[in-house]
Write a protein that binds this ligand. Structure first.
Ligand SMILES: NC(=O)c1ccc[n+]([C@@H]2O[C@H](COP(=O)([O-])OP(=O)(O)OC[C@H]3O[C@@H](n4cnc5c(N)ncnc54)[C@H](O)[C@@H]3O)[C@@H](O)[C@H]2O)c1
Ligand SMILES: [Zn+2]
Length: 695
């Protein structure tokens, strides 16, 4: 990404509005930590403002955030000894090498050493120590003067009240919250007023400035600089601080007892080439997701004091340092729904369905919510704007609701009161809820699915019966159904002779179901009814399906590499179940299938040249409305099976490529659409004639 995305501003009015929005967002961001924008949205807005100003210099408003520390939105009354500036940004390796070349051009010589350290995602603070005692804490403010937040002394981990030596010095660094501190802060705030913080950064910002909170939250400080503090700015330490390279100053800071990132996996290093800088950038980026605190980039600084002094400062940022920005890992989006999934061991895990949002290179639609207690703790509601976190390969997670964006329309999240998979009770004694059936839950749900009408269609086998059989130890999976004995069934409560014989007969009949339904009954991910039919028709036998690798599977229409890679191992995993079915004599072939080799000519697919006589060959058919006549009893799935048996492709929506619409009674919008598109429409009776040979 060379051109960073920006919010396009059409005219002076939009420009003025954008400036106003950016200034108030920045004031909220650096103030109480309750901005309505996520960083990405803010950065796009400011880039839009910059672009507009470049094209219309005559319209530039004095309050514009561009070129100012903190967007010019904050002020302070404690002057800084040396300005506390922002950092310029680069976004790519090319950006970095260009920037390095610029610095070296300015200096007229190569920079020998660079220090490379994480860019901590908190807020900058200056800690003034006098004679070794922490005397004053000051925020960055507008860069020239900040706000006194000394009231926070004693709550900031890593910033000792006494240094190891009685020196007078100013330490600069970042105040932030670790994941654990953030969790604790949210708990406290919820207990106090029922709301939470949107993310660790805003929690740290709000906490640092809060004066009269009835609860105290802990934060963490990481130092990234030290400078002489007047009036003591001529002593031995002051001289050293002016002469030492940055890396040595960082060692000194740590020796004084202040926390630095040295003890973390992303410790600062000294690099002597662009290659080494870039490899460290990669290392830090890779470690990011696992860190217990947030970073939003990597800071690269000329290490030597002489290089820094010669490069100097711009108005907004030093010229000897730059931030290599990493993609945003957090965005604000909406929580649409919560779904409850039951895992292999019976754990019932909530998952958030989100308004899709692009995050760290992928579109996020779902995020983990951990467990019900966690949802309650975070005070999440349906319809909430939420902060969502994702970095690298981690599973995206919902961090917190953005409570100041609530509209009043949000709704409570309803927790399930029975297991959503099998309908059994839920064991709620632990934070992680579990189906009381544990591992058997999945088994119960999968047997229930397998015997369903569109799969093996075993009548008279409801959930309670299956539970009975499982509890008696007769069945563990649906393959066991085929070895049930009459005596076993009769031993079950409420099971008479007639129902026993009926059930045994239904089970016997199920053995004759075609491969497509047997495959579907297996419940392999991504193989629903129509996909199972397609796979069965393509391969013809279970043997061929089991022998297929991911590549062969992709020959089936609708199976891409991703799906193929899911199906292959899952089929392998349930091999014992399939073997059991084979041994029981369950049908493992698809009727009407002609192996490609035996068709007329070396045809690739069984459906086309192999079976030219089928009445719907090559047609895409949609069914709508209620069936009548000979097809009156056909379910939608059976209609689709019929279409495919007749060589057609069953589809659920009408488009220009639809060949035929079978419109039954009360056909509605699909019929209208077919008429509009000029798609051929037929009645169920006419259609029955067309496929009469197959009924
Ligand atoms: N969401 C919003 O409404 C909103 C509003 C304003 C700003 N922002 C965000 O803030 C960012 C710009 O703000 P900024 O100017 O405060 O910060 P910056 O990202 O431009 O970087 C400068 C800051 O980096 C920090 N830093 C962290 N690690 C450091 C290290 N090792 N060495 C030196 N400095 C280090 C310091 O606090 C320093 O002040 C943007 O990315 C923007 O997205 C968001
Ligand atoms: Zn269950």
């Amino acid at each position: 990404m060379t051109d960073a995305p920006l919010t396009a501003l059409a005219d002076q009015g939009e420009y003025a509005e954008a400036v106003q929005l950016a200034v108030s967002a920045a004031a909220a961001y650096y103030g109480a930590g309750d901005s309505t924008l996520d960083d990405d949205a803010y950065d796009r807005l400011v880039r839009g403002i910059e672009a507009y100003e470049a094209a219309h210099p005559e319209h530039v408003l004095p309050e514009s955030p561009t070129g100012k520390v903190a967007g010019g939105a904050v002020t302070g009354d404690v002057p800084h000894t040396v300005p506390m500036l922002s950092l310029d940004n680069v976004f790519s390796a090319e950006g970095l090498t260009t920037w390095i070349a610029g610095v070296e051009r300015r200096l007229g010589r190569p920079v020998e050493h660079w220090s490379v350290e994480p860019k901590l995602d908190g807020l900058a603070v200056s800690a003034r120590y006098r004679n070794g005692r922490l005397a004053q804490l000051v925020t960055r403010g507008d860069g020239t003067a900040g706000e006194d937040v000394s009231h926070a002394i004693g709550t900031v981990l890593g910033l000792p009240e006494r240094l190891a030596e009685p020196v007078t010095v100013e330490i600069r660094g970042e105040v932030m919250m670790t994941a654990a501190q953030f969790g604790a802060a949210c708990d406290k705030r919820r207990a106090h007023d029922g709301t939470t913080f949107a993310n660790p950064r805003s929690a740290a910002a709000g906490t640092l400035r809060a004066k009269d909170r009835p609860y105290v939250c802990e934060t963490t400080f990481f130092g990234y600089g030290a400078l002489p503090l007047p009036p003591d700015d001529r002593g031995e330490l002051a001289v050293r601080l002016r002469e030492l390279p940055h890396s040595a100053i960082m060692e000194l800071v740590a020796e004084l007892g202040v926390r630095t990132t040295a003890a973390t996996p992303v410790a600062g290093i000294v690099a002597d080439s662009a290659e080494r800088i870039l490899s460290r950038v990669e290392e830090i980026a890779a470690a990011r997701a696992e860190l217990p605190f947030g970073i939003d980039g990597i800071v690269i600084k000329a290490d030597s004091a002489a290089d820094q002094a010669e490069a100097g400062f711009g108005t907004r940022a030093p010229r000897w340092a730059v931030a290599y920005k990493l993609p945003a890992t957090e965005k604000i989006t909406r929580l649409l729904r919560v779904e409850w999934n039951v895992g292999r061991t019976g754990v019932i895990a909530p998952r958030a369905e989100l308004e899709p949002v692009e995050l760290d290179g992928s579109v996020v639609k779902y995020a983990t919510l951990h467990n019900p207690a966690d949802i309650a703790r975070r005070g999440l509601m349906l319809g909430d704007s939420v902060t969502v976190y994702k970095a690298g390969d981690v599973i995206p997670r919902v961090e917190a609701p953005v409570t100041h964006l609530r509209t009043g329309e949000e709704e409570e999240i309803v927790f399930p009161d029975v297991c959503p998979s099998c309908g059994s009770e839920i064991d709620k004694s632990q934070e992680r809820w579990r189906c009381v059936r544990g591992r058997d839950c999945k088994a119960l749900a999968s047997i229930e699915y397998a015997v369903g009408r569109d799969q093996l269609d075993i009548e008279g086998l409801g959930r309670n019966r299956i539970v009975q059989m499982m509890e008696a130890g007769f069945v563990a999976d649906f393959g066991d159904l085929f070895s049930l004995t009459r005596d076993q069934l009769l031993s079950l409560e409420r099971m008479g002779e007639t129902s026993t014989d009926n059930l045994l007969a239904a089970i016997e009949r199920a053995k004759a179901q075609p491969l497509s339904r047997v495959l579907c009954a297996l419940g392999v991910q991504g193989t629903g009814r129509s996909m199972s039919r397609r796979i069965a028709r393509h391969f013809g036998t279970m043997e061929a399906i089991r022998a297929a690798d991911a590549e062969a599977l992709q020959e089936v229409e609708g199976i891409g590499p991703e799906k193929a890679r899911l199906i292959v191992p899952e089929l392998a995993q349930i091999a014992p179940l399939i073997d059991k079915l084979v041994a029981a004599g369950v049908t493992m072939t698809e009727p009407g299938f002609t192996p490609p080799g035996e068709a007329a000519g070396p045809s690739e697919s069984a459906g086309s040249a192999g079976t030219p006589a089928l009445p719907l060959a090559g047609m895409s058919v949609v069914v709508t409305g209620a069936m009548t006549g000979p097809l009156a009893e056909y379910s939608r799935n059976q209609m689709n099976e019929l279409i495919e048996k007749a060589g057609g492709r069953a589809s659920s929506s009408v488009s220009a490529s639809t060949s035929l619409l079978v419109a039954g009674e009360k056909a509605g919008s699909k019929k209208a659409k077919a008429d509009k598109l000029g798609v051929q429409v037929t009645t169920p009776e006419e259609f029955a004639k067309l496929v009469a040979a197959l009924l």
